[in-house]
Design a protein around this ligand. Structure first.
Ligand SMILES: [Fe+2]
Ligand SMILES: [Fe+2]
Length: 268
């Protein structure tokens, strides 16, 4: 009988290769890399609180926009209410500073089966992908809170950056074009987050850096989920629309932006 050798830990080269593999399609999708000047700001210890607080809010916003998509496009009213109730404690804590953050870990579950609106062919697909995404984003939200606490950074409210608004303002106003555009914006936000996590990871506290790398895996899938849904719903080539939002996204990243945040532009 041969002894079973314990599974070896991944070596540094293996992890570097995995990160490279995850980042390659993301960097091909995005039209530019994070400017060095933004990274210089992100490395400064005095900017860590704003980076972490904003990151935390971004995780909640990612959950909220996925929830809005399901409620608006895919489910009946009762299911929509269950979704609202699911996110409420997180929103209370973030926007109204109500509740104890440690309790939030207990709310990472949706207690009701989602009932699709029958007339839309893509409802089930949208529900399945977005419910899983919400679950993961809420978990990330909690993880950011945990790390911030460890690092002695208390949560405080902050203004939102121009980034998501800057993309969503170009969403067309008729369906299904509006839905397709929102999904493409979702893909860009997720992809940029991945690119930034990888860029900052080597320059922050080691545990925080490892956390950023762990986020790469789930956010890389999220960006692809958004794109696949957009393509399925369009049932047609959407590369022009993807390129259109890609240019807007690049401009938001490369143009001067005095408000330093997780997704901000060139530090002014
Ligand atoms: Fe996330
Ligand atoms: Fe995500």
């Amino acid at each position: 009988m041969t002894a079973v050798a314990p599974k070896p830990e991944p070596t540094e080269t293996q992890s570097a290769r995995e990160i490279e593999r995850l980042l390659q399609p993301i960097n091909e999708f995005l039209q530019c890399r994070t400017p060095g000047a933004w990274l210089e700001q992100a490395k400064k210890p005095e900017n860590l609180p704003v980076l972490l607080r904003d990151h935390m809010v971004c995780e909640l916003k990612a959950a909220q926009s996925a929830m809005l998509l399901i409620r608006r496009y895919a489910v009946d009213e009762e299911s929509g209410n269950a979704l609202l109730a699911w996110l409420k404690p997180y929103e209370d804590y973030t926007y109204r500073l109500v509740g104890n953050w440690r309790e939030l870990g207990k709310h990472n579950k949706l207690n009701k089966r989602m009932v699709p609106k029958s007339e839309r062919p893509y409802s089930q697909e949208l529900i399945d992908k977005m419910v899983l995404l919400i679950k993961e984003e809420l978990h990330h939200f909690y993880q950011v809170l945990e790390i911030a606490q460890e690092l002695g950074i208390e949560y405080d409210k902050l203004t939102s950056s121009r980034y998501a608004r800057g993309l969503l303002t170009h969403v067309r106003t008729y369906e299904p074009a509006a839905l397709i555009d929102k999904l493409i914006c979702g893909a860009y936000i997720e992809a940029r987050s991945c690119e930034r996590f990888a860029a900052i990871a080597p320059h922050v506290d080691e545990r925080l850096g490892q956390f950023y790398i762990s986020l790469l895996r789930s956010e890389a899938r999220h960006y692809q989920d958004y794109l696949t849904l957009a393509e399925q719903i369009a049932g047609d080539d959407i590369s022009d629309r993807i390129a259109f939002f890609g240019e807007i996204e690049r401009d938001l990243i490369e143009s001067p932006d005095p408000d330093f945040k997780f997704h901000s532009g060139l530090p002014a």
